[in-house]
Design a protein. Structure first.
Length: 412
């Protein structure tokens, strides 16, 4: 009796998982560096927040050109190059004498690196699966949750032991290792290898069962594209505020910096669980409605945060907000594939994520400057919740993918 080989698509999932774990462990370790950078450079919270926001702006904005390149060259060279850029940026940041050099090193290096590695890796997974797309995508993007889970506490421990500069160098070495491993595993679509999505038997003609889908221009001219774009853009203004400001918020309410780092870990725990939990829910109620519920759940959690000063309340916020954030990230690529197919999926996902870039750039610094001015985060947090509710309404108004695609087909 011969053993059946593991379907190659699962190795692509593993590569995408490692890629996202590496990139986002670095990105979401930022909260652990907040106090060290504030002390080193004598900077205000709005100025420190901008370091993270520059990187987040770039990695969402650059998903579009990265997707275009990967659609033409395959994902492997873009993924490897992106993670190596993260390493170079961290090495540069470790040598910084002024805050603007941290902007240039961490902000540009991490931003460019994730920008060129994330979308190609997540789009590669969508091409290898159709029936099991939700599960495969959920596993792959769980790398972001695990990265959030381990990045901040490991960085916090290293900073205490060897200082923030040497910690950046350690993370640079991790990024190089991630580039080698994920680059070895991530590969182009199954048709390149004479295979079909989900490991199904090939058709007699040898053709792929992956639907051709829409080109980028067709997708951009469609209503669902702009509905997803607008919803993600509005949500993003509040989405990244906890990843930057939750740790200093915990210190402000007397719970200490160590507890603040623990809250970032709990965001990662919730995010990891949410990616699997909500990816499974999509099979019962559909991806569009599931996606809409991520917005309303995030809004409710932001309202909870705005009223929370106790440890139990903040723990509940971190776990639940992380879960809804994780569900949002897990469902988005598969929802895009449902509407637009696999023909130009990398560039379509990249174009959709470009809207998130502007919220990521502005949300955390605005919250930081609001705190500097009002000595309170409450107004900024509640504004983020309100925008999430608008995103919820936009998504509810979208047609279901199957109904929308059926309406596009010419009649008999």
């Amino acid at each position: 009796m011969t053993r059946r080989a593991v379907f190659a698509g699962w190795w692509v999932v593993a590569g995408a998982f490692l890629c996202m774990l590496t990139g986002y462990a670095v990105a979401y370790s930022f909260a652990a560096f907040f106090g060290a950078l504030e002390s080193e450079f004598g900077a205000r919270r709005g100025e420190i927040s901008l370091v993270f926001s520059i990187s987040a702006f770039l990695y969402f904005l650059l998903g579009f050109p990265a997707g275009l390149i990967a659609d033409r060259t395959g994902p492997r060279p873009v993924v490897v190059g992106g993670l190596l850029l993260i390493a170079l940026g961290l090495v540069a940041a470790a040598q910084a004498d002024t805050l603007w050099q941290v902007y240039a090193g961490y902000g540009l290096g991490v931003g460019l690196g994730i920008g060129f590695s994330y979308v190609p890796s997540v789009a590669a997974v969508q091409r290898w699966f159709v029936r099991r797309r939700g599960t495969a995508s959920g596993i792959a993007v769980a790398g972001i949750g695990v990265g959030t889970l381990v990045g901040a506490p490991v960085a916090h421990w290293l900073i205490a032991a060897i200082g923030w500069r040497h910690t950046y160098l350690v993370l640079a070495a991790v990024a190089v290792a991630g580039a080698l491993l994920s680059g070895w595993l991530v590969r182009p679509g199954p048709e390149r290898y004479g295979l079909t999505p989900d490991g199904d038997p090939p058709l007699p003609s040898g053709a792929s069962t992956m639907p051709a889908g829409l080109g980028l221009g067709e997708a951009v001219r469609s209503g669902p594209f702009w509905s997803i774009y607008a919803g993600a853009l509005l949500m993003s203004f509040g989405l990244f505020v906890p990843f930057v400001h939750l740790a200093p918020y915990a210190s402000d309410v007397g719970l200490g910096e160590g507890f603040g780092v623990l809250l970032i870990v709990l965001l990662g725990v919730g995010s990891t669980v949410g990616r699997f939990l909500f990816a499974s829910v999509t099979g019962w109620i559909g991806r569009r409605l599931s996606f809409a519920l991520m917005y309303v759940g995030a809004a409710a959690m932001l309202v909870l945060w705005s009223q929370s000063t106790s440890a139990p309340a903040l723990v509940a916020f971190a776990l639940l907000f992380g879960a809804f954030y994780g569900g949002f990230v897990a469902i988005a690529p598969s929802l895009a594939a449902d509407y637009f197919g696999g023909r130009a999926l990398g560039s379509v996902i990249g174009a959709l994520y470009s809207g998130v870039a502007f919220g990521a750039l502005l949300g955390s610094p605005v919250a930081g400057y609001a705190y500097d001015f009002f000595q309170s985060y409450t107004g900024a947090i509640l504004a983020g919740a309100a925008l999430c509710l608008v995103s919820f309404a936009i998504t509810l108004a979208m047609p279901e993918p199957a109904r929308w695609l059926a309406a596009r087909r010419p009649g008999p």
